[in-house]
Design a protein around this ligand. Structure first.
Ligand code: ADP
Length: 159
């Protein structure tokens, strides 16, 4: 019975994120989806907006909960008794980044393990940053994000 944390920016949540959550919720006893607040980065949606988009998308999943975190992710994981940090990867560059991050997190708390889940091939080109750019040029993102996210994006950045 293992609990896992799935941290990210989710600016905004995409079908790629949801696919990882959908697959992981059948493996872990509980999945904590965590909007990691990084004050150094600038985002399109506020932490509360990302939290509420995710809460709405995941409300049908009894073992999935959504949280905000403005501390180190390993501290969050320890606090909630989660032994696994889950990360999704789309590509080899993603993997090298995630690998380095996992070594750093292991150094912070050796009891917490990083699990890396490769994307479903349908979603390997989905990137929150590219989706935002597409919306700015009125591109169709209906195959990339759920309708609620597409609406929020249009409201925020359509020309
Ligand atoms: P970050 O703060 O690292 O930019 P993101 O919000 O982009 O986080 O993503 C959160 C997690 O979801 C990361 O592990 C990221 O690699 C993964 N992820 C993002 N998009 C996809 C996708 N299309 N398929 C699989 N995993 C993804």
């Amino acid at each position: 019975m293992v609990k896992a944390v799935f941290p990210g920016s989710f600016d905004p949540p995409t079908y790629g994120h949801l696919n990882i959550i959908e697959r992981a919720r059948g493996i872990f006893e509980e999945l904590y989806v965590v909007v990691a607040v990084n004050r150094e980065k600038s985002y399109l949606f506020s932490p509360d907006e990302r939290l509420s988009l995710l809460k709405d998308l995941l409300k049908g999943y009894p073992n999935v909960s959504v949280h905000l975190c403005d501390t180190l992710i390993v501290d969050f994981a320890r606090k909630y008794g989660c032994r696994v940090l889950l990360r999704g990867v789309r590509s080899v560059p993603d993997f090298s980044y995630e690998f380095e991050l996992s070594v750093m997190n292991k150094g912070l708390d050796p009891a917490i393990e990083t699990f890396i889940m490769p994307t479903d091939p349908r979603y390997f080109v989905l990137r929150s940053s590219a989706i935002k750019e597409l919306v700015a040029f009125n591109g169709d993102v209906s195959g990339m994000v759920p309708p609620s996210v597409a609406m929020a994006l249009k409201g925020r950045i359509s020309r």
